[in-house]
Write a protein that binds this ligand. Structure first.
Ligand code: MN
Length: 297
């Protein structure tokens, strides 16, 4: 069986909240999804002055899960279900939007800090995308030591260890960290496609050296991946069964039709469906004009 060549995809710069610059790896015009993972933002590492941290006011989501993996720093999540949760390094916040939820995310106010984080979205399959919203905080995740890599199992399973994160399609998410020279062969599900994004340093995956800002995509059909790092590094690896449903991703929504997007936008503007976030520092986000969804999605 022939295996497709890896694809290198450049992340693009984007601004979130009130001026916080991040690198957005997916969706990419050549690669919309990896399994059900449909969005990947890498923020930092960055040192910020008091008041200059992350500040994303209340905004709505539908049809997806937001998956936050905190590397350095702290962020407070608040949502319309009443959850208020500080996330710290080594922890995951997983919010299931289902039919609709709103939330805010902000750095602790009035002090300087350091911030390094990833936020991913997972598209919910059709049978689950209208479910009631939910929120989970995972303070601890399984860790495996292999060939000098410290592997945190963020989602799915790896080498017999399973993440507690509640997901609805076959997926994997791993953080691969090393404090020195390391080499490991990682067994993976051949039904999964994978993608890797370097968070720090310049490790190699299947011989492809990867610096921050480039996503390396590997099609399904591999039963193991080769990891190499000559020096301290950190990489995020995501994977999953190729998602079989056509989705639209627009603003903070994942849906199937422009009409669904328009209705969700109107519900947000008119104060329906998405509840209220209490205690957020930032103002509620203003929805873009949904008139051109069909063209932009
Ligand atoms: Mn959000």
């Amino acid at each position: 069986m022939s295996i497709a060549e890896p694809e290198r995809l450049e992340a693009r710069r984007a601004i979130i909240g009130d001026g916080f610059e991040i690198r957005r790896a997916i969706p990419h015009r050549h690669r919309r999804m990896v399994g059900a993972w449909c969005f990947l933002d890498h923020a930092g590492p960055v040192d910020y002055a008091p008041g200059q941290g992350l500040n994303i006011g209340p905004h709505p989501h539908i049809g997806l899960q937001t998956f936050t993996w905190m590397i350095e720093g702290e962020v407070t999540h608040r949502d319309s279900l009443g959850y208020e949760q500080l996330i710290q390094p080594g922890q995951v916040n997983l919010m299931t939007a289902g039919r609709g939820i709103s939330h805010s995310e902000e750095s602790p106010a009035d002090r300087a800090g350091r911030f390094h984080s990833t936020q991913l979205w997972i598209a919910l399959p059709d049978a689950e995308r209208h479910r009631e919203p939910d929120f989970h905080h995972y303070p601890e995740l399984p860790i495996i030591d292999r060939g000098g890599f410290r592997i945190t199992v963020l989602a799915g399973d790896c080498a017999g260890e399973r993440s507690p994160a509640c997901i609805y399609t076959p997926l994997v998410g791993l953080d691969l960290a090393t404090s020195g020279s390391a080499h490991a062969r990682l067994p993976v599900d051949p039904a999964f496609e994978h993608a890797a994004l370097t968070l720090e340093g310049a490790p190699a995956l299947n011989g492809e050296r990867l610096e921050p800002g480039t996503l390396l995509y590997l099609a399904a059909g591999r039963d193991s991946l080769e990891l190499d790092s000559p020096a301290p590094s950190r990489m995020l690896l995501i994977g999953g069964e190729p998602f079989s449903e056509e989705i639209l991703v627009w603003w903070n929504f994942v849906a199937r039709t422009p009409q669904e997007m328009e209705i969700a936008t109107r519900d947000w503007i008119e104060g329906r469906r998405f509840g209220k976030v209490i205690g957020a520092r930032g103002a509620p986000l203003i929805a873009p004009d949904p008139t051109n969804i069909a063209r932009s999605a």
